[in-house]
Every structure is written in structure tokens, then in C-alpha cells.
Design a protein around this ligand. Structure first.
Ligand code: GLN
Length: 452
């Protein structure tokens, strides 16, 4: 049924860049046989899943939405891919994304944008628009995404799906093609909070192949499911002052407020919390992230992976092959960030930009530590607007970057964050974000399950 639906809808939605029906069916058959033999299989065995195209799979095209990697076949599996396979989940394909995960609309994919199933004239969010749209359109029940500044949560918000960014290090990044390594985190895309938690249970846990991986227990799915619809007495919920006024559409604000009232009715105590540094978090992110991007993109030199373009005339030097390949292989947004990143890391500008941004990052962490000393979780709208129309922001990078206002602090601080659907504004989904202290992914899921 999943494969039929993908075949029917993908020509319109363009959520999948690659579909592997054969291998998905083979996994499904293996699970059936195991069950028939009475062997124990995992909770998600047989449940189809889609994988964002920046997670490598051996022998399966992995493009990161870029011409640079067109035709490249990875020689190994990402740890999360291995875990999903071991859980008996049929992998149906790879999902579309903004090039190298840079963007908030999937319009920066070299393979055409993904369309939002709620309104195909609108964006599905980004960078993980493909995974979110695939789940929203009922093409697959689960998908994997990656979140550097909101790329799981903001697409979740505008497509009415659940998207979670775990604590930094809770899920292995081995085999995730790096965007900004200190911010990147792999996480689940699902239709319900319980589904997302079940998937994090599968993909989470320590990985010796990722030096930033945490050796901490994964949140237990059973405990989270038990909380669905439960009483929240004793829970303190903080509304971030800086995320509750300017820049958020009135329709988004109204649905957010209604969800907060539901938390209150469930017994939670609602308080207002100030995180002054959040006013500078977006600016700090758009300096730290490109700095790391400029370094991570250096490996795409036209020699090692994918595209190689030789100069049409003149000498065939390594430098000229690199320049030609990078010039043709990267899109405008990737180039913009490489240039910005190398600029802020250059000797004359390092202190003014990169070092200042790192100081703001510390302030964001301190503000969050102070906030979590007072409250159990923080809540904000996930995204300032509902899904916007294609072309509306693609020519104005600053307008595009503003989408990430509420999602970025979690990446800067490494804390877990989840977006869950909380209502409709003019027929389009609105997302509600729950932020929890580091290592408290369990609490994030429990509160999210109560709002759902
Ligand atoms: N929209 C953000 C950006 O463009 C988020 C990217 C991400 O999380 N991968 O950087």
C-alpha cells in the first residue's frame, strides 16, 4: 500500500528522490517469515520508513539534494540506517531536501521542490520537506530527518506532522553528511508523538563510531505512551517571552495560546520566562553555522565524491578542477554560506563575528539553564508562519532565515525539541514546540503527548 501510494502521489509531491521497492519488499517478507516461524521481532518490524537523502546507505544514491553528489554511491551505511534495518523496518526510499540541508522550504533542492500535501502551491518547510511531506501525505508512517537549525521541526510545523530533534549526541551522526557538526542531530518524523518516541527508541543510543555520541539511556516508549492524555499537575511550563510577540502571525499565535490553555486545563502551571539572549540567537546561528558549513563543504573538491568538471580549455590543474566542479556542483545558497563562513573565520573578522557569535551561544545556554531551574519545559510556536507560497521568500535570504527564529536556540544549546500539530490557521497546520533540558527527551515526549 505504501509503495502504491508513493507511485500515485510522488509525481505531484516530489517527496522521494529515490524509491527502492525491491529491497523494501524483501525486508517486509523477511519480517513476515520470522513472525511465521514464531521468532520475536521488534516493535516497529515491518513498518515502512523513508530516509532523508543526507543519510548514507551503501550502494543507494545519496545526493543531499545537490548536483555535487549526483550519481555518487556511498560505500557504507549510516548507523541509524543500520539500526532501522536491524529493527526490521523496510526502507522505501530517500527523501528530498534543501541542498546539503540549507534552507527552510526545500526550494533549494537541485531536483525540484517538494510540495506541501495540504496545498501543493505551498512549501513543505525545510530542509527536510521531503520526509515531512511523505509522512503528511500518508506515503509512509515514519521518516528520518536531520535538524541543524530546525529542519525536522519546522517542516513538521507546516505539514501537520510530529518532528523531534533529540538531545545533541542522543542519536548517532555517523553517516549523516555533515552540515554544521556542532548543531546537526538526526531525529524522527512521525504522525503521532508515540510513533516518534518509538522511532527514537530504535535509532538512539551510544555509537562508538561517533565521538560526540552520548552514553545515556534512550527514552522508554512505554513510559511515554502511558502519559498520553494524562494529568499534568505539578508540571511547570514556561512561555518564552521573546518568542511570544513580534514576528509571529496572529493565526499561529491564537492556536499556540489555545494549546497552552489545554496544558493548563490538564493541570500544568504556566509561567512566563525571559531568555534575553534569544533575540540574538538567530544572528549567532547564521554566523556559527556557515563557519562550520564552509569547513564541512571543503571535502567536495571534484576529486573524491560525485561530480567532477574539467575546465574546457587551459591547463588541467587540481585547483581548476576544484573551481569548475564546485562552481557547477553547488547551488547559490550553498555558495552564499561557504563565502559567509570563510569570511567570518578569516583572520581580520574572526573576533568580530565568529568569536562574538560563540559568546552569544554561551549566553543562550546560560539563559536556558536559568529557565530550566524555574520550569520543567519551555514552549513556543515552532514557526512564525504557516506554510508560505513557493517563491515568496526564496529571493530574500533574510526572510527565509527568519523561519528559524524559534527552533535555533535548541540547536545552539544541544537541548531536545519537538514540534507537534496544535491546530489550523486558515486551513493550514500550526506547530507547537516543546523544549526540554538536555538528556530529558523523555520529558519532552511526555509533555508533547499531553498536548496532542
Ligand atoms: N533553515 C535552517 C537553515 O537553513 C535549518 C537547516 C537545518 O536544520 N538543516 O540553516
Amino acid at each position: 500500500a505504501t509503495l502504491d501510494r508513493i507511485e500515485r502521489l510522488n509525481p505531484t509531491i516530489n517527496a522521494f528522490l529515490h524509491v527502492d521497492a525491491e529491497s523494501a519488499l524483501e525486508t517486509a517478507r523477511e519480517v513476515d517469515e520470522k513472525r511465521a516461524r514464531g521468532e520475536k521481532v521488534g516493535r516497529l518490524a515491518g513498518i515502512p520508513i523513508a530516509i532523508k537523502d543526507n543519510l548514507v546507505m551503501r550502494g543507494v544514491p545519496t545526493t543531499c539534494g545537490s548536483m555535487m553528489l549526483d550519481g555518487w554511491l556511498p560505500p557504507y551505511d549510516a548507523t541509524v540506517v543500520t539500526k532501522v534495518r536491524e529493527a526490521g523496518m523496510p526502507i522505501v526510499g530517500k527523501t528530498n531536501m534543501d541542498e546539503f540541508a540549507m534552507g527552510s522550504s526545500t526550494e533549494h533542492s537541485a531536483f525540484g521542490p517538494t510540495r506541501n500535501p495540504w496545498d501543493t502551491e505551498r512549501i513543505p518547510g525545510g530542509s527536510g520537506g521531503g520526509s515531512a511531506a511523505a509522512v503528511a501525505a500518508f506515503m509512509v508512517p515514519l521518516a528520518l530527518g536531520s535538524d541543524t537549525g530546525g529542519s525536522i521541526r519546522q517542516p513538521g510545523s507546516v505539514t501537520g506532522t510530529v518532528g523531534a530533534k533529540p538531545t545533541y549526541g542522543a542519536v548517532s551522526r555517523y553517516g549523516l553528511i555533515a552540515m554544521a557538526s556542532s548543531l546537526d542531530q538526526v531525529g524522527p518524523v512521525a504522525r503521532t508523538v508515540a510513533d516518534a518516541a518509538a522511532l527514537q527508541e530504535v535509532i538512539g543510543g551510544h555509537d562508538p563510531l561517533d565521538s560526540t555520541s552520548l552514553d545515556a539511556p534512550v527514552p522508554a516508549f512505554e513510559d511515554i505512551v502511558r502519559r498520553v492524555g494524562s494529568d499534568l499537575s505539578g508540571l511547570k511550563v514556561g512561555i518564552v517571552e521573546q518568542m511570544s510577540t513580534d514576528g509571529f502571525e496572529p493565526g499561529v499565535r491564537a492556536e499556540f495560546d489555545a494549546a497552552v490553555r489545554r496544558l493548563e486545563e490538564a493541570g500544568a502551571e504556566i509561567v512566563s520566562v525571559s531568555c534575553a539572549s534569544f533575540d540574538y540567537a538567530l544572528a549567532a546561528y547564521y554566523l556559527i553555522m556557515p563557519a562550520e558549513v564552509s569547513s564541512n563543504m571543503a571535502r567536495f573538491d571534484g576529486m573524491r565524491f560525485g561530480l567532477r568538471v574539467e575546465p574546457e580549455d587551459g591547463p588541467l590543474t587540481a585547483e581548476r578542477v576544484m573551481a569548475e566542479s564546485r562552481g557547477k556542483g553547488f547551488g547559490a545558497e550553498v555558495k552564499r554560506r561557504i563565502i559567509l563562513g570563510t569570511h567570518v573565520l578569516s583572520a581580520g573578522h574572526y573576533d568580530a563575528y565568529y568569536a562574538s557569535a560563540q559568546k552569544v551561544r554561551t549566553l543562550v545556554q546560560r539563559d536556558l539553564d536559568a529557565a530550566f531551574a524555574k520550569v520543567d519545559v519551555l514552549v513556543t510556536p515552532t514557526s512564525p508562519t504557516t506554510a508560505f507560497k513557493f517563491g515568496e521568500k526564496v529571493g530574500d535570504p533574510m526572510a527565509m532565515y527568519l523561519n528559524d527564529l524559534a527552533t535555533i536556540p535548541a540547536n545552539l544549546a544541544g537541548i531536545p525539541g519537538i514540534s507537534i500539530p496544535c491546530g489550523l490557521s486558515e486551513g493550514l497546520p500550526v506547530g507547537f514546540q516543546v523544549l526540554a533540558p538536555a538528556h530529558r527527551d523523555d520529558l519532552m515526549y511526555e509533555v508533547a503527548a499531553a498536548v496532542e
